[in-house]
Design a protein around this ligand. Structure first.
Ligand SMILES: [Fe+2]
Length: 440
């Protein structure tokens, strides 16, 4: 929650109906992912706290920061001093009314040998039923946390849309930490930043909310979330922060992988298409610091790019994935010279990270895999199993075959070029050809 927005909202005289307390419970981070957890919820009580411990008897308590919000109260409690890689029971609320018992798990101690799974998705707005299907599929995947590339709701300035989002997403985000980039539909009234507990960038920058862009480490991976609503201008405070942040991560021996997420895609063949301004502005920075994967949305489909450098397919390039299928009306999935695979379907992306591999699987609402990609690290760690792959000095990129009949498709019923790209990739994978990637 942004402090300025929070204070502003305390002054609002809202007339919304009272909520059953506590509700809209969700998890986030405002500190290290291995030792902290922030719990946020709404209720009709003016104060609240989180009780937590190794079992449902709890034993520890953290008072929340509370403020009037939309006719109720919004509470936010950052629990600190937790043990890494540990599951805790918790409940939130007050003596007047407690939430159900829930659990969360802290992240692993940052280390190069860490392994974990995260989920990514975006554009969950509009269709509550489709969003619920995607959410259920993500739950079955059991990720350590989830990252959203934005456009959670139709109209970010209207609380009823957020109430609908929480109604479908709470089963996931009350048990799984959730972070999000902001999309164009999320803006208006500051409700996005008021309700979500997100990391903050330092130093603060005029023109950007404190939580608009940020980074965090989880295990052996550095995650960066950027702001595109609006994105500001080339060389501004966000860009200066990004350069410094990626430089730090590139020199951290615990960081094996870097993943970046923001809303508008530098590479997309959907209805919105590529944001070439962002491509030209941030692409060289990603390439300079060896960013492995960029996750975007805005186009309501799935599209994975070839490894890209300077706008061209190139070994060692950055992979861009549009994952905008979490509920919004599907757009036709197109193809371009940079496309490796595209499909219009409601979906999410499951990513398994180890010391030596980063494996992405695009899954539909039934959990079926329709696209995969494995990146192999150029400097394998001896203590982890050997992975197929790279020539010394460069990391490998391997695309595995999609199921029969699972070629790229569009909402309109088919897209031959995309399917062809996938088929060619599959043949390359079958032939055991690993595409080399440059790595830091
Ligand atoms: Fe959008």
């Amino acid at each position: 929650m942004n402090a300025r927005v929070f204070l502003l909202l305390t002054t609002l005289a809202a007339a919304a109906p009272a909520l059953a307390a506590p509700s809209q419970v969700h998890l986030g981070w405002q500190g290290p992912t291995d030792t902290t957890m922030t719990v946020t919820w709404r209720s009709t009580e003016a104060t609240g706290s989180v009780e937590y411990g190794s079992d449902a008897s709890y034993g520890q308590v953290k008072a929340a920061v509370s403020a009037a919000y939309q006719g109720s109260y919004l509470h936010e409690a950052q629990v600190t001093g937790l043990s890494p890689g540990t599951s805790y029971h918790y409940r939130c609320g007050s003596a007047a009314s407690w939430s159900a018992d829930r659990t969360f798990t802290t992240g692993p101690t940052p280390a190069a040998g860490a392994s974990f799974r995260f989920a990514a998705f975006g554009d969950s707005r509009t269709d509550d039923a489709a969003r619920a299907q995607v959410r259920a599929a993500v739950q079955r995947s059991q990720p350590a946390f989830a990252i959203d590339s934005g456009d959670l709701v139709d109209s970010g300035g209207t609380q009823s849309y957020w109430d609908g989002w929480f109604a479908t997403m709470e089963p996931l985000v009350s048990a799984t930490p959730f972070v999000s980039a902001a999309g164009n539909h999320d803006m208006g009234g500051g409700l996005f930043f008021a309700q979500l507990a997100l990391p903050r960038h330092v130093p603060t920058a005029a023109g950007y909310d404190d939580e608009a862009y940020f980074s965090f480490d989880y295990g052996n991976t550095h995650f960066v979330v950027l702001f595109t609503e609006p994105a500001g201008t080339s060389g501004d405070a966000q860009d200066q922060w990004l350069e410094a942040d990626l430089a730090r991560a590139a020199s951290d021996p615990d960081v094996r992988w870097t993943v970046v997420s923001f809303h508008r895609p530098p590479y997309s063949s959907g209805e919105h298409g590529s944001d070439t301004g962002l491509r030209q502005r941030w692409g060289p920075v990603f390439e300079k610091y060896g960013v492995d994967l960029v996750l975007n949305g805005h186009d309501h489909d799935y599209e994975r790019s070839q490894p890209m450098v300077g706008g061209q397919r190139a070994e060692g390039g950055v992979t861009y994935v549009v994952t905008g299928g979490a509920g919004a009306p599907l757009y036709t999935a197109g193809t371009s010279a940079f496309t490796a695979f595209s499909r219009a379907t409601h979906h999410f992306v499951e990513v398994d990270v180890t010391a030596n591999t980063l494996t992405l699987e695009a899954r539909d609402v039934d959990g079926n895999v329709f696209d995969t990609l494995t990146l192999t690290h150029p400097s394998p760690l001896a203590e982890t199993p050997a992975t197929p792959g790279p020539t010394p000095g460069g990391s490998g990129q391997t695309e595995t075959p999609v199921p029969p009949g699972a070629g790229a498709a569009s909402a309109g019923g088919g897209c031959g070029l995309g399917g062809g790209a996938a088929t060619l990739s599959s043949l390359l994978a079958i032939a055991g050809i690993a595409l080399l990637r440059r790595r830091r």
